[in-house]
Ligand binder design. Sequence first.
Ligand SMILES: C[S@@+](CC[C@H](N)C(=O)[O-])C[C@H]1O[C@@H](n2cnc3c(N)ncnc32)[C@H](O)[C@@H]1O
Length: 316
Amino acid sequence: MNILSIIDKAIIKHGHETAILKFLPENRYNTDIFKTTGQYDWFSGQVLYCLVRYLQPRRIIEISTASGYATMFMALALKQNNWGRIDTHEINPKAAQSAENLFAVHGLKKYINLMVGDARKTSINSPSDYSIYFLDSIHTEEFARWFIEQHVMRSERIDAIFHMHDILPLTARVRRWNTPPFEGSDLDPSYRIDQTKRFKYRIRKLLHLRTDEIEDTVQIQTYPPNDGEDLQTFDGNCTTEAIWGNKLVDMMPKEDHLFLYDIADSYSLLNPREYDQHAIGRTDSKGNPMEWNESLWCKVAAVKSAYTNLNKAKNP
Ligand SMILES: C[S@@+](CC[C@H](N)C(=O)[O-])C[C@H]1O[C@@H](n2cnc3c(N)ncnc32)[C@H](O)[C@@H]1O
């Protein structure tokens, strides 16, 4: 089955259950509950819940937990399944403690094994039979490569699926912190890099990230306004992970990967735009607040062969 069909069937079967998840977006910025801000959009969360309900996984690996926002969507689904466990890793002890508290309050502890520390150490002895490989950590190419080498390439399950967060298709046209236009962007590429650094500073403050978690900088391509609009846009990808992730996707058959950005308006019964007004720093091409649904889902088998081919192409 292709990845769109899997997600479609999961939504058809379990989409009606997702109203029980609304307390999550409603408390997304409540620091009494989430010590660090959860950054997982409403439709992405609904899909995540439905996938876990539909696939009934025995094991999920997640890097990183932060304060448990995305973990909650998965764990609440496991609770409904009455089966399965998430191995999740987080380097920030305060965020991890906040997550543990939340899991306890919702009676989810038996579904979650939270390991505190650098995932590059804490996950080394993990099993190789996960059904879902969930990556939402430091958004660098280096870290994504590490996760794929260490976990995805060792995966033994033919039906396993992979998730990367904070990535959009190259065809996306959005605005961040009410830009672009990036100052001088049509004149000198180095200006674009400066602007990217400024975004990253603001995002680091918002997410309470440490300085060593600042992501690498990338150049941003801007696009002129569409007919009838007067704002410039870009594709929303501003990390080395997202740029590299798109190269990886480019090596995969179309049916083996899916950007949720592309389908978020296809499931109106789920009310996927209910929390768009709450989006911080993210807008559509007209400057209206918008959840971008920055989630990429792929088949693990496709990730493995794309990764091998991408490396071959780099080192022929
Ligand atoms: C984008 S946030 C994760 C958001 C989370 N999925 C949620 O739903 O709120 C990235 C997290 O990665 C953590 N992190 C960064 N480097 C890490 C590492 N080497 N090992 C484990 N966690 C790490 C950060 O502390 C931060 O909490």
